[in-house]
Design a protein around this ligand. Structure first.
Ligand code: MG
Ligand code: MG
Length: 275
């Protein structure tokens, strides 16, 4: 018998508390993305990110996580996830995913964005735009989802129906529940599966984080025991938001506008909770 770990459903006031962690994180990612330019090191971005958290009185949930040494993951080009900020200097045309998290009053947030520095290759722009859109389609699906699996189905459908060369959806890494810990039940698959997953009901808080690749789906972990790269060396991309389901609808906790500008064109209006 396989027993699913218990899901932590949040009250409205707990979701409001999580929102604080989401807003700090959104600002910290704004600053890190703005600082990402040719000639800047990935460690510089970590310093910028940490500065915003510190000023807000927030802490990082990445720093020290199973020994992770930094407050963000910086994954460049064929690096998929969990890249460690360091002395690498960003080059013209690099595609960089910045993944970070913040903790405020014990509540966690988790979000990732991708930025292309210098002159972008058209296929990288397409990859990042498609990954971000796939994330928003997944978030939009959550608004009317019966099961958590509906999110992955929506992401899969969107990516499958894109015109042009097929983009791959990584299966080795998935989204997750989030709350008093960064990683909680349930898993949130980024692809269509026969496992529907648990029912969606108010109080469910999820990190939705599709990862798309230009090449094959196989990955390997480098000798630093963290950095995951594509086996074929083709480029990879990740976008992520922390999203809450409550009685009135959904709310994107790690987006400054709650997700309104991206979700409205998809026919979904996020609903904020009143304090
Ligand atoms: Mg993340
Ligand atoms: Mg995550």
């Amino acid at each position: 018998m396989f027993r699913q770990p218990k899901i932590e459903y949040k009250s409205n006031s707990q979701i409001l508390a999580m929102r604080k962690a989401g807003i700090v994180l959104s600002r910290a990612l704004d600053s890190a993305v703005a600082a990402a330019r040719v000639g800047v090191t990935t460690d510089d971005l970590n310093t910028v990110f940490e500065g915003v958290l510190k000023e807000a009185g927030a802490t990082s949930n990445f720093l020290g996580y199973h020994g992770f040494p930094k407050s963000i993951c910086t994954s460049v080009n064929h690096e998929v996830v969990h890249g460690i900020p360091g002395g690498y200097t960003l080059q013209d045309g690099d595609i960089l995913s910045i993944d970070g998290g913040a903790v405020v009053d014990g509540w966690h947030s988790d979000s990732a964005r991708t930025v292309i520095v210098g002159v972008a290759r058209p296929e990288d722009v397409r990859l990042s735009d498609a990954t971000e859109a796939a994330m928003w389609y997944g978030i939009a699906a959550l608004a009317s989802a019966k099961f958590v699996g509906d999110i992955g189905a929506a992401i899969d459908d969107y990516v499958s129906e894109l015109p042009g060369k097929r983009l791959g959806i990584l299966q080795d890494y998935v989204g997750h529940g989030i709350g008093t810990q960064m990683h909680q039940a349930p898993d949130v698959l980024n692809y269509r599966s026969t496992h529907r997953g648990p029912k969606v009901r108010p109080g469910l808080c999820l990190a939705i984080e599709p990862m798309l690749v230009l090449g094959g789906l196989e990955t390997r972990t480098l000798e630093d025991d963290w950095t995951v790269v594509t086996l074929d060396g083709k480029r990879s991309c990740q976008w992520e938001h922390t999203v809450a389901v409550h009685d009135g609808g959904i709310w994107v906790l790690s987006a400054a506008d709650g997700g309104a500008s991206a979700l409205e064109p998809l026919g979904v209006m996020p609903v904020p909770l009143e304090a």
